[in-house]
Design a protein around this ligand. Structure first.
Ligand SMILES: Nc1ncnc2c1ncn2[C@@H]1O[C@H](COP(=O)(O)OP(=O)(O)OP(=O)(O)O)[C@@H](O)[C@H]1O
Ligand SMILES: [Mg+2]
Length: 382
């Protein structure tokens, strides 16, 4: 997938910004606070119908306006053209997503159509942060490649909320009502089992790609591993066994759940453990190893999505060069340029020289106060 043109209207500090994109590397340079990340955020609206970090629509809209429009013209690997458009109207509190002028009924339906891989400073929480951060990462990758998984996830959240409400009612009223909770147990087991099964399959596939990606970045002396630890013991990965084990775990935890007032087992409590040379990365990895692990995960995400979606994902790299030396930065840019279309932000003007010549038609832009200027290559030969 390639984004050919991006238009941001009253989006963050961009009054009206038009980017005619290269199909290779697009570099956005500028000082702090000029509006570089906002451009990547606009692309994330087109691919995910939301910001890639937890900003909501009212925050993203220009503070002096009552809405925003983000438009993108895409061309797929198979040469099909799409125009995606996300608009937000503050007065109606309404977000509308269209693809080729047809309204997309649920914003989530957009996910996976324009696959995207994002590497930004916030993402370091994937290896450093809590189990929730790793679950989010896995859910994000799998959801982009499987609509069924995304739908199950949405369904599961709804069921969990309802079941927690019942448990909390039991806690505060001290009145038990098995007839009320039973159907929700069954729903939780049914939808939760689908999630657990997919997570088992995903980690099996993904783990091999991560090992390969890590080896290209750091050689083979360090061996990464990723492991899935469901919140309950699974004796095997077939549907019946997972369902039975899940049901037993619910029975075992029921008394405890009544006392805390929320659900203690299920995919929302699963863990994913990332290791380097058999040691838990979260506790033992050095800063450099965390960074390498994260980039390896992102490369693996790219290859996984490319295979599953049958479409080359777009890469968004926000501020990733800042802690790297020139050699590493250049190597990272060379690697990503070979993968697909890349959008990268940097405050470092040296990056102008790091954009690989091999990249097909690289484009460089200066961002200043929400405006962009294309930098003609000839003007920057030093
Ligand atoms: N809703 C909004 N309306 C108008 N301006 C906004 C809005 N949200 C953020 N801004 C402005 O956008 C700018 C930040 O943009 P952005 O995060 O893209 O900067 P950046 O170029 O990536 O900077 P850095 O190099 O520090 O990461 C700030 O000047 C901020 O005031
Ligand atoms: Mg930024």
């Amino acid at each position: 997938m390639k984004l050919q043109r991006l238009v941001l209207e009253t989006f963050r500090n961009h009054e009206q910004t038009i980017v005619d994109c290269s199909s290779g590397v697009n570099l956005f340079l500028g000082d702090n606070g000029e509006g570089k990340t906002n451009i990547l955020e606009g692309i994330s609206y087109l691919c995910l119908s939301k910001s890639f970090y937890a900003a909501n629509d009212t925050v993203v809209m220009n503070v002096n306006k009552n809405g925003f429009v983000v438009t993108g013209s895409f061309v797929s690997d198979g040469n099909i053209f799409y125009e995606a458009r996300v608009t937000f109207d503050k007065l109606q509190n309404q977000k509308t997503v269209t693809v080729n002028k047809a309204k997309v009924d649920k914003a989530s339906s957009l996910i996976g159509q324009f696959p995207v891989v994002i590497l930004s400073p916030e993402q370091s929480s994937i290896t450093i942060g809590s189990p929730l951060d790793r679950r989010r990462f896995v859910d994000f990758v799998v959801s982009q490649s499987s609509r069924t998984y995304l739908e199950s996830l949405i369904d599961y959240r709804r069921i969990l909320k309802q079941r927690n409400k019942i448990l909390s009612d039991i806690l505060f009223s001290h009145k038990e009502n098995n007839a009320v909770i039973e159907p929700w147990n069954e729903n939780l087991v049914r939808v939760g089992t689908a999630l657990v099964k997919k997570r088992i399959e995903f980690i099996e596939d993904f783990q091999t790609i991560v090992i390969d990606s890590y080896a290209t970045l750091a050689g083979t002396t360090e061996r990464p591993g990723i492991f899935y630890l469901p919140s309950f013991k699974c004796a095997a990965s077939d549907k019946e066994t997972v369902e039975t084990n899940f049901r037993h775990a619910l029975e075992d935890h029921y008394q405890e759940e009544r006392h805390v007032g929320y659900s203690l087992v299920g995919p929302h409590r699963d863990e994913f453990i990332f290791k380097i040379n058999k040691l838990d990365a979260r506790s033992f990895a050095s800063q450099g190893q965390h960074k390498t692990f994260l980039i390896a995960l992102k490369l693996a995400e790219f290859f996984y999505l490319k295979e599953q979606c049958n479409e080359t994902p777009i890469l968004l790299l926000d501020d990733v060069l800042s802690e790297m030396d020139g050699r590493r930065s250049q190597r990272l840019l060379e690697t990503t340029a070979k993968l697909g279309q890349t959008f990268i932000t940097s405050t470092d003007e040296r990056a102008l020289n790091w954009v690989p010549v091999v990249s097909s038609n690289p484009r460089k832009f200066f961002v200043k106060q929400g405006n962009i200027d294309r930098v003609e290559d000839a003007a920057f030969i030093r």
